[in-house]
Write a protein that binds this ligand. Structure first.
Ligand SMILES: [Zn+2]
Ligand SMILES: [Zn+2]
Length: 139
């Protein structure tokens, strides 16, 4: 496997991170909570083990959308940065829009596809899961 280390950060540059090695998965989340956090039709996440990601600069602020869920953002410019939860213990889900080279990391599937916006027609052949990819099979 080639070196797939990636770097990224927030819009103002105060927060910077490095992700070492290939991600575990890359997915579009259509759930209403992610949509609200990123203020866009869909949130695209790159899943890593927590020990793969190091924050090199800045301190993200945390909003808890549920008691066990952390949604991080830059306290200066507001850029959403990542999702963490006890449900996915040991993982950090970085938002692909914060990567320096997001085009190098292709999504693999859709989760919470039943919550998608009706006018957001994604014309790809990727599997679509009604909930998480660990639940029932693709729709
Ligand atoms: Zn910032
Ligand atoms: Zn979501």
């Amino acid at each position: 496997m080639t070196d797939q280390s990636a770097t990224g950060g927030c819009l103002c540059g105060r927060i910077r991170y490095t992700a070492n090695g290939p991600p575990e998965w890359v997915a579009h989340c259509h759930c209403a909570t992610c949509r609200h956090h990123v203020a866009s039709p869909v949130a695209t996440f790159v899943g890593y083990r927590h020990d793969q990601v190091r924050f090199e600069a800045g301190e993200p602020a945390i909003y808890r959308s549920s008691p066990d869920v952390e949604r991080a953002f830059c306290p200066n410019c507001g850029t959403p940065l990542y999702y963490r939860s006890e449900r996915h213990a040991g993982e950090i889900h970085l938002l692909i829009g914060t990567f320096d080279a997001p085009g190098a990391i292709a999504p693999q599937f859709h989760v919470y596809f039943q919550e998608r916006l009706p006018w957001f027609d994604t014309a790809d052949g990727l599997p679509r899961y009604a909930g998480t990819a660990r639940g029932a099979g693709p729709m």
